[in-house]
Design a protein around this ligand. Structure first.
Ligand code: BES
Ligand code: ZN
Length: 450
């Protein structure tokens, strides 16, 4: 790792001397780095324009549409993530890249489905400790158990799924009371309005399947199902031996061996119930477009696009990717550009944050700042200390890494749609996708071009 950093610094200072470029060496203070920049250099600007002229906002938007609307949620280890993997893989192959699929195991997980007898799907979260159902699920009438206190249950609860409101007593007490009354399942609905379903924590193993649903869903079930004697079907399955994947597309320079490597990453997966338009179809779609734009320009460094699975369950895919790099590859790794949430249309998110794990500038942040100055990126760039995305895995391996992410300047707030079913394409800005593509694309090209 030390070797890698030293090598990069030497390489950069050589470039500064020999080609008049102005990358800031890693250790240069930001002010000195800014002074070293020649924002008027016409040849570098021409290189930038080669990239910018080709970054196509419409294509990025179409890919984002496919990922977030056509596929929808891409939860780790599910069919949705797999569909996104196929889409990305096929695109990269069609662009002429060498493509590798890296499969890895993820922890066992529980998935739930809930639908009414008139075929309305209800969003449900299954808490740790819920019992599973048979494969076909359990189908029954609902019993309106109010707050789920012992006195709220009557003999009618026996053999039914108890529908219980959040509040006053613990989730565990509600489940215990339902089980004592002979209920065969429990659905707990929220008492405050939130876009996603409730995530109840039931503290231990329950004897019956348990699900959390939103306030709106609970009220709709009371009105349309309980009072009209319809049934619901609840299905809870434990997924064992689940897998996720990384897709890696590589382009090597024509000449020489032992080149430095620049890694571009974006995670494929989303959280449950979120179409993940911004988090992170935005980063995925911009990375796909940069793979297109940079597929044939002459380069003297190795370019790798890493489409990462299982980010949302703890950066599992990127940790796996980094763990499979050889010591030699790590030491040749110059930079990681990680795009995660680059496209929100939320008005307040006027800044592009350059998140680094240690809050310090590095070759990626310095390259991005220099590029933004040259190309006139409209948004303010803010260097900020934050983990929470795949750049952490690269950083931990000693590779300089930045997470590009849109936030509100000053507060560093994320968009209000974050990790909710409202993370939809209607809240994405096509101009901001283009801005991210131009910034990261021109930055990349300034590092890897011949
Ligand atoms: N897209 C977010 C990135 C993010 C969120 C960056 C908040 C900075 C702040 C990412 O997908 C995410 O949600 N990350 C998780 C952490 C991860 C280790 C599971 C998070 O922040 O909760
Ligand atoms: Zn994310």
């Amino acid at each position: 790792m030390k070797r890698g950093k030293k090598r990069s610094a030497i390489l950069l200072s050589t470039m500064l001397v020999t080609s008049g470029l102005y990358f800031a060496p890693v250790n240069l203070p930001i002010k000195a780095a800014a002074a070293a920049q020649d924002v008027t250099n016409p040849s570098i600007k021409a290189f930038d324009q080669k990239v910018i002229a080709r970054v196509n906002a419409e294509r990025i938007y179409q890919d984002l549409y496919y990922l977030s609307e056509t596929i929808g949620p891409r939860v780790t280890g599910t069919e949705g993530e797999q569909q996104a993997v196929e889409f990305i893989k096929n695109r990269l192959l069609s662009l002429g890249y060498k493509v590798e699929t890296q499969e890895f195991s993820i922890p066992d997980k529980t998935i739930g489905h809930l639908h009414t007898s008139d075929n309305n799907e209800v969003m449900v979260n299954i808490p740790a400790g819920s019992a599973a159902t048979p494969n076909e699920g359990i189908t029954s009438l609902l019993f309106d158990a109010k707050l789920g206190k012992a006195a709220d249950f009557t003999a009618d609860a026996k053999g039914r799924i108890a529908l219980i409101s959040r509040g006053e007593i613990t989730f565990k007490e509600k489940v215990d009371n339902a089980v004592a009354a002979g209920a065969i399942g429990v659905l707990i609905y929220d008492n405050i309005s939130q876009p996603g379903p409730l995530n109840p924590s039931i503290g231990g193993e329950a004897a019956v399947p348990v699900g959390g649903i939103s306030k709106a869903s609970g009220e709709a079930l009371l009105k349309d199902v309980v009072t009209q004697g319809k049934t619901v079907t609840m299905n809870v399955q434990r997924l064992k031996n689940a897998k996720s994947q990384n897709i890696i597309a590589t382009r090597k320079p024509n000449q020489g061996a032992n080149h430095d490597i620049v890694h571009v990453s974006a995670h494929i997966d989303s959280v449950p119930f979120a179409p993940g338009a911004n988090d992170n179809a935005s980063g995925t779609a911009v990375a796909l477009e940069l793979a297109n734009v940079l597929k044939s320009y002459p380069i003297d460094k190795e370019l790798r696009f890493v489409f990462v699975g299982a980010e949302e369950i703890g950066l599992v895919g990127s940790a796996h990717y980094v763990s499979k790099l050889s010591q030699d590859e790590v030491s040749r790794s110059l930079a990681n550009f990680n795009m995660d949430m680059v496209g929100t249309g939320w008005d307040n998110a006027t800044a592009i944050y350059l998140n680094t794990v240690d809050g310090k500038a590095n070759i990626v942040s310095e390259t991005a700042k220099a590029t933004a100055n040259r190309i006139g990126t409209p948004s303010e760039l803010v260097l900020y200390q934050r983990g929470s995305s795949d750049h952490v895995s690269f950083h931990d391996a000693g590779i300089p890494a930045v997470n590009f992410i849109r936030r509100e300047p000053g507060t560093a707030n994320l968009e209000p749609y974050y990790h909710t079913p409202n993370d939809k394409i209607e809240h994405v800005s096509i101009e901001r996708l283009k801005e991210a593509g131009d910034l990261v694309g021109a930055s990349l090209y300034s590092l890897i071009r011949k």
